[in-house]
Design a binder for this molecule. Structure first.
Ligand SMILES: Nc1ncnc2c1ncn2[C@@H]1O[C@H](COP(=O)(O)OP(=O)(O)O)[C@@H](O)[C@H]1O
Ligand SMILES: [Mg+2]
Length: 358
């Protein structure tokens, strides 16, 4: 089992003015599945290639089990990378594609045949040995690419957007397979994606990057409940905002005071109060209550959406699917913000380029 540490890792491509990856610090535990998440161009592939040794690092270190590997060649790192566009050899059949890495390593033929057989079973493609890549679907090609990577028994598995070329149902299947394989082999895995839902479904922890800079590194749940910035909150879907000033544990806003449980933000700070649509309660509790006219009620089948305006901002609230007496379009109603569901983001954080140490 191998841990991966990235220490002050930086990559500036030749002729580029800005680094593609800036001062990246990340610890990935042995056996952990980490998603590297962020919009296109934020430096995910660049990071993965530095871990694989396919790109030189400009500054900083890549460490496996605490030992720097900067000067170790890719083929000696015991790392494999699986790409979005499969990169299978078109003229080789499936078994030759899968066995390729072992032939390069001069493994005896009988052992190769045995291990290829096991891999085909693992990726559920027994019987496909003699097919050429052109005779396979996208999902099957991706599974072959995975088998080809795993057959050499790597210590670290790097997956670069392996699901983006697959349609929805194949993506589900492949995601299951990646999770099963991760469970079975316990491989340290870094999974690159631009899709937050995918990252949430797969990862033990998510490293979110914007513009080459790590923004937040935490378990998926924390991105919803404790986003470090408004931009992170937005990246993880719908949330409601209200602005105010913090005094003690109370946020004073234009529409009233709201108690919170959050600690660690200095008194007098301007804050953005954030709450998720599903955390707002349709009830009048006295404390932490908002009174607002319901602009719209949208029946969604499994839940009901309520739209209200709070201090000039449009709010989205999810209620259960049974209409509630008194909660009608055009009428004023009460909504409660449970204090343990409120999250505060200091306004100063939005202008900071680099996050403080995470
Ligand atoms: N080989 C390269 N040479 C120069 N610039 C590159 C190269 N590869 C990527 N870049 C640039 O580095 C930035 C990060 O790219 P990349 O790591 O591929 O992002 P992502 O995988 O998150 O989409 C982008 O601005 C991209 O244009
Ligand atoms: Mg990429």
């Amino acid at each position: 089992m191998t841990s991966v540490t990235l220490r002050n890792l930086q990559k500036t491509y030749d002729n580029a003015t800005e680094p593609a990856v800036k001062d990246l610090n990340l610890e990935i535990k042995a056996g952990e599945l980490v998603a590297l998440l962020g919009p296109s161009g934020c430096g995910k592939t660049t990071t993965l290639k530095m871990v694989a040794g396919l790109h030189d690092v400009t500054e900083g270190e890549v460490l496996f089990n605490g030992v720097a590997v900067n000067n170790i060649k890719p083929e000696k790192r015991e790392v494999v990378m699986v790409y979005q566009n499969y990169l299978l050899f078109p003229y080789m059949n499936v078994e030759d594609n899968i066995g390729f890495g072992l032939r390069m390593r001069k493994v005896p033929k009988a052992e190769i045949a045995d291990r290829v057989g096991k891999m085909l079973k693992l990726v559920q493609l027994e019987g496909f040995e003699k097919r050429k890549p052109s005779q396979l679907s996208g999902g099957q090609k991706q599974r072959i690419a995975l088998a080809r990577a795993l057959i050499i028994r790597p210590k670290i598995l790097l997956l670069d957007e392996p699901l983006s070329n697959l349609d929805a149902h194949l993506r589900d299947e492949m995601r299951e397979m990646i999770l099963n394989i991760h469970r079975e082999f316990g491989l340290t895995t870094i999974f690159v994606t631009h899709d937050q839902e995918e990252a949430v479904l797969l990862a033990d922890r998510i490293a979110l990057m914007f513009d080459g800079v790590l923004q937040q590194y935490s378990p998926p749940k924390e991105f919803y409940e404790k986003p470090r910035t408004k931009r992170i909150a937005s990246f993880f879907g719908n949330h409601n905002r209200l602005y105010g000033v913090l005094q003690g544990t109370v946020v004073h806003t234009a529409i009233g005071d709201f108690a919170t449980e959050q600690v660690g933000i200095p008194d007098g700070s301007k804050v953005c109060l954030v709450i998720r649509p599903q955390s707002v309660l349709l009830e009048h509790s006295g404390a932490n209550c908002i009174k607002a006219v319901i602009n719209r009620i949208i029946y969604m089948g499994t839940y009901i959406r309520y739209r209200i305006t709070v201090d000039g901002n449009e709010w989205d609230i999810m209620g259960d699917p049974h209409p509630l007496a008194g909660y009608e379009e055009g009428k004023e109603a009460c909504f409660t913000l449970p204090k343990d569901k409120i999250w505060l983001i200091p306004e100063t954080l939005e202008t900071q380029e680099t996050p403080e140490r995470i």
